[in-house]
Ligand binder design. Structure first.
Ligand code: APR
Length: 181
């Protein structure tokens, strides 16, 4: 899939730096793994801050459908988080770029946004999926994230706000340079 750089960003995209677990939005997105049983990074932060109710619902999902495939997304309660829901998506592990990583990462954003739409959620916050443990190069991942979300928002006006939440400075600088205010 060729990603065309979009010259204009929809006004409903906002860039933030900080901890996604602090955000009061309809849903925050978790960079989960396919077991949905938690982990480190943002996954660990969300489960720690949100409490056991999130893991309980993940267990129910696993019992019903098995885990979550790469590129797919599931939704649970936000538990004790200020966010109402958590959308768990599994990013691709970077293996050099020839294993459909780009398409799978784009699918994480698209499927998370589709779930938000299905649940009539109008504000959603994304971390920089796959750019930590999964090793996806940050610049390429930012391109995929921004393009996927921008294309989606041009086709679906219900979602009024999408936040890109950068935890580290490198991602934040990258997103700043790519998102033309
Ligand atoms: N808020 C926002 N972003 C965060 C936070 C936080 N509290 N903590 C970490 N991040 C950022 C990291 O800086 C990174 O840019 O989330 C991004 C994704 O990094 P990871 O959490 O390592 O996720 P990922 O690379 O997708 O790897 C997923 O890691 O934690 C495990 O269970 C998870 O196996 C899965 C794998």
């Amino acid at each position: 899939m060729a990603f065309l750089f979009l010259l204009t960003m929809p006004g409903n995209i906002e860039l933030l730096k900080g901890d996604i677990t602090k955000l009061t939005v309809d849903a925050i997105v978790n960079a989960a793994n396919s077991s949905l049983m938690g982990g480190g990074g943002v996954d660990g932060a969300i489960h720690r801050a949100g409490g056991p109710a999130i893991l309980e619902e993940c267990r129910m999902i696993v019992a019903k459908q098995g885990g979550c495939k790469t590129g797919e997304a599931v939704i649970t309660t936000g538990g004790h988080l200020p966010a109402k829901f958590v959308i768990h998506t599994v990013g691709p592990v970077w293996h050099g770029g020839k294993n459909d990583e780009q398409e799978l990462l784009a699918a994480c954003y698209q499927n998370s946004l589709n779930l938000a739409l299905e649940h009539k959620l109008s504000s959603i916050a994304f971390p920089n999926i796959s750019t930590g443990v999964y090793g996806y190069p940050k610049k390429e991942a930012a391109d995929v994230a921004i393009t996927s979300v921008s294309v989606f928002l041009k086709q679906h006006t219900f979602i009024s706000k999408v936040y890109f939440v950068c935890f580290d400075e490198e991602n934040y600088q990258l997103y700043q340079s790519l998102i033309r205010q």
